[in-house]
Design a protein around this ligand. Structure first.
Ligand SMILES: *[C@@H]1O[C@H](CO)[C@@H](O)[C@H](O)[C@H]1NC(C)=O
Length: 366
């Protein structure tokens, strides 16, 4: 009997001890929960910039936050409010690069494509990695080179464009590479720079078929639209280049407003085979043409790197020149932040291409 009473008391004691333990655990859990709440709350407040303090740091915070969070975090109502009240912008990097077609008979000083490709790929990655919105306009890329560059850039990238010959994969492409995880291509088209732009054709006094590849891209997180065009004008035909410049102006105007939506920026990158004092460049930048050379929108003292864009492969008979350009359609809302012409050879003296890459950073309205 006594032993039964003792056991019952022990059971009671144990159960009350268990009860206290459970209670303590519950309290601890509650504490933890409330701490989590405050912690998440304060982190979330970064997404809600203080509207009363419209100082610089608050604006920067909003932008940095947007840049970091735009793909991962679906913009909530507070984001929309920020956009509506302050008007936000985001960085876009535009690159144009004539990569030189993979010839079977390299000229003096030229390394074959299989040697140039990994180095060129490394440069493209170096100037795009860490940038949310890089667009790369290439010229002279054969079908196999387009695939090689795609492999160099990796699966987060995609490209648009086709060959300038009769078949889709025939001849040189002027493709546009873009980050498919950040931008959605809503329409794309390759047109011929000739009196019949809708079909493979050679225009006027041109030596070869010439094309422009056009893409309209929608920013996945904000719905902002940009139009990016990549082109390569003829190396011989003066009239063809001049008329191609006029076609590019007309195409840019045509695509500047999609289905009721104005593009935040209409951009052209290309090899114009025309120096600034030649006809095609003069036509495209003529007063009232609606197009500006992005290089002219950056103060001379803040431009980076080289001035000339064509170098050849070192043959003394080749004359270097400034023939690759980036253009933006007016009236622009984008702010031009940087402009530069990169190097195409380094310590090993190996030329990536006979051209140099041309790069600009823009801040576009979203
Ligand atoms: C180029 O186009 C402009 C503008 O239409 C014209 O005035 C000029 O004569 C043209 N030049 C050539 C070489 O076709």
């Amino acid at each position: 009997m006594a032993s039964t009473a003792f056991a019952a008391r022990r059971r009671r004691t144990r159960s009350s001890r268990e009860f206290r333990l459970v209670l303590a655990c519950c309290l601890l859990l509650l504490l933890l929960l409330s701490w989590c709440n405050t912690s998440f709350g304060s982190r979330a407040s970064i997404h809600h910039p203080d509207f009363s303090s419209s100082d610089f740091s608050s604006a920067v915070e909003t932008r940095a936050d947007k840049a970091q969070g735009q793909e991962v975090i679906a913009p909530g109502p507070s984001h929309t409010m920020v956009t509506a009240e302050q008007g936000t912008s985001m960085p876009l990097r535009l690159i144009s690069f004539n990569i030189r077609y993979a010839t079977r008979r390299p000229v003096r000083g030229e390394q074959p494509w299989n040697v140039r490709c990994p180095k060129l790929g490394a440069q493209l990655r170096f100037v795009t990695t860490g940038h949310r919105s890089p667009f790369v306009c290439l010229q002279e890329a054969l079908y196999s080179q387009v695939n090689d560059v795609q492999a160099q850039l990796g699966p987060s990238w995609a490209h648009i464009g086709r060959g300038r010959g009769d078949g889709e994969t025939d001849g040189e492409f002027s493709p546009v590479f873009y980050r498919a995880d950040v931008w959605k291509c809503v329409r794309s088209e390759t047109r011929w720079l000739s009196p019949t732009p809708e079909k493979p054709s050679r225009g006027w006094d041109a030596d070869l078929n010439r094309i422009v590849t056009m893409g309209e891209f929608s920013h996945r997180a904000t719905d902002a639209r940009v139009v990016v065009m990549s082109t390569h004008l003829d190396h011989k035909g003066v009239v063809a280049r001049n008329n191609s410049a006029k076609l590019l102006l007309a195409f840019a105007e045509e695509w500047s407003s999609g289905k009721g939506t104005e593009a935040s920026a209409v951009l052209i990158g290309g090899d114009f085979n025309s120096t600034p004092d030649e006809e095609a460049y003069r036509t495209i930048t003529a007063p009232g043409s609606g197009m500006s050379d992005i290089a002219d929108l950056v103060p001379e003292s803040s431009k980076y790197g080289n001035h000339l864009t064509y170098t050849g492969f070192g043959d003394p008979d080749e004359s270097p020149g400034r023939i690759d350009f980036l253009f933006i359609r007016e009236p622009r809302t984008a702010k031009i932040e940087t402009f530069g012409v990169l190097a195409n050879s380094f310590d090993d003296q190996l030329r990536l291409s006979d051209h140099r890459a041309v790069v600009a950073d823009l801040d576009i309205k979203v």
